[in-house]
Design a protein around this ligand. Structure first.
Ligand SMILES: [Zn+2]
Length: 402
């Protein structure tokens, strides 16, 4: 398992100069390689291998025009090639969009592997520098001197703040205190989420609340003369406003997911088609704001780490329309209907709590099914989905025992 510790860094003027030069070289290597790759692919329909790009980089370093690439550590440049190669693999596998050029004004970063940094007595020294890089370690439960980082990432945000991230490989998950509970989570827009216990967590709507500031700063930025001092200042304000929204959102998601993982042994959520829903113009802003994708990502790794079972339910499972008491299914349930009474058992339902109860019932069925037919076979906990029909049930059983 990999853990990352991110801290604020305070480089000296000399280090700033070198690191900015490193960022520039990383960007140049990325953009040139991307341009050549794209050209070869379009003109000759030939894919470029990692080895090709590596050979090209060696050539550039020897040339007169690009000889300055040798003045910075070669490791971040190599890493840029590796990252681009991964980006292309993801693109060709249909998992990501086409890699884009890196801009001078966005976040800058450089990756240093073990051969390009040294951590000694809690001090970090990067390749080609003599003095340690100053940073503030703010993790009470971890001591850098006892960790052995495999990678160090130095980055600079658009607002000019510096960071250093230490990536550490740790042995296995630290098991959290075991619990027995099971909880179903229904994600929504009115509430960020509603649990099967009836707890509601309001949607914080960070962007909506802070968007007004952001829009004002952006208007101000648009009025500034290009290249002027005021424009630079206005840009800083826009970057800071963005950062505030981002941090508030991340903080909310971390608090919410940590609490969920602490509260139950089995957690079930619905597999929402986020990309598809964001394409719906009316919902897009609210959904992007609620950041369900990030919510699920955090939940997945925290469940992994704590030894919890996360079950992801098929997105076509009619969780809202089914009565969680007797199982009767409604033909139709309008989005505006918040409460309804089951005609079968006369139970009065809250729309979201009922959905969450169905989600956890389905999740527990998957867990039970998995332990029934697993018999030591590899049971996939995450990403398993609830079958909707008997046929699908057989398919799932087959997959589990395969
Ligand atoms: Zn009923």
């Amino acid at each position: 398992m990999r853990t990352a510790y991110k801290c604020r860094a305070y480089p000296t003027p000399d280090q700033v100069e070198l690191l900015n030069r490193t960022f520039g070289c990383v960007r140049l290597v990325w953009n040139r390689t991307l341009a050549e790759r794209t050209h070869r692919y379009r003109a000759e329909s030939v894919r470029t291998s990692y080895r090709d790009t590596d050979a090209a980089l060696t050539g550039w370093k020897r040339s007169e025009e690009l000889g300055f690439l040798s003045e910075v550590s070669s490791v971040p440049l190599q890493q840029a090639l590796r990252h681009q190669h991964t980006a292309f693999r993801n693109f060709f596998a249909g998992r990501a969009r086409y890699p884009r050029f890196k801009s001078r004004t966005s976040r800058q970063s450089a990756h240093f592997t073990r051969s390009a940094f040294r951590v000694r007595e809690g001090e970090l020294t990067l390749a080609k520098t003599s003095d340690p890089l100053r940073f503030v370690w703010s993790f009470d439960k971890a001591v850098l001197a006892t960790l052995s980082p495999t990678m160090v990432v130095v980055s600079r945000d658009p607002d000019g703040r510096w960071f250093v991230t230490f990536a550490v490989d740790t042995s296995g998950p630290a098991p959290a205190a075991p619990t027995t509970g099971a909880i179903g989570v229904d994600l929504g827009l009115t509430h960020f989420l509603v649990t099967s216990d009836g707890e509601r967590i309001a949607n914080p709507r960070h962007l909506v609340r802070k968007a007004r500031n952001l829009a004002r700063y952006q208007r101000r930025l648009a009025r500034c003369q290009p290249g002027s001092r005021n424009r630079r200042k206005a840009k800083g304000k826009v970057a800071r406003a963005h950062r505030k929204v981002r941090n508030a959102r991340r903080d909310f998601l971390h608090r919410t997911t940590t609490r969920l993982v602490r509260s139950a042994q089995v957690i079930a959520i619905e597999d929402l088609n986020i990309a598809g829903m964001v394409r719906n113009r009316h919902l897009a802003r609210a959904i992007s704001d609620a950041s369900w994708g990030e919510f699920r990502r955090q939940l997945e790794y925290k469940c992994d780490r704590a030894g919890r079972t996360l079950v992801v339910i098929d997105r076509w499972f009619p969780s809202s329309k089914t009565c969680s008491t007797c199982g009767q299914r409604l033909a139709e349930l309008a989005l505006s209907t918040r409460h309804w009474t089951c005609s079968g058992c006369r139970t009065r339902h809250d729309r979201d709590v009922n959905a969450a109860k169905n989600i956890i019932a389905a999740g527990l069925a998957v867990v039970r099914g998995a332990s029934d037919d697993a018999c030591g076979a590899d049971v996939r906990r995450r990403g398993s989905s609830l079958p909707l029909s008997a046929t699908k049930q057989e398919v799932r059983a087959a997959r589990h025992s395969a």
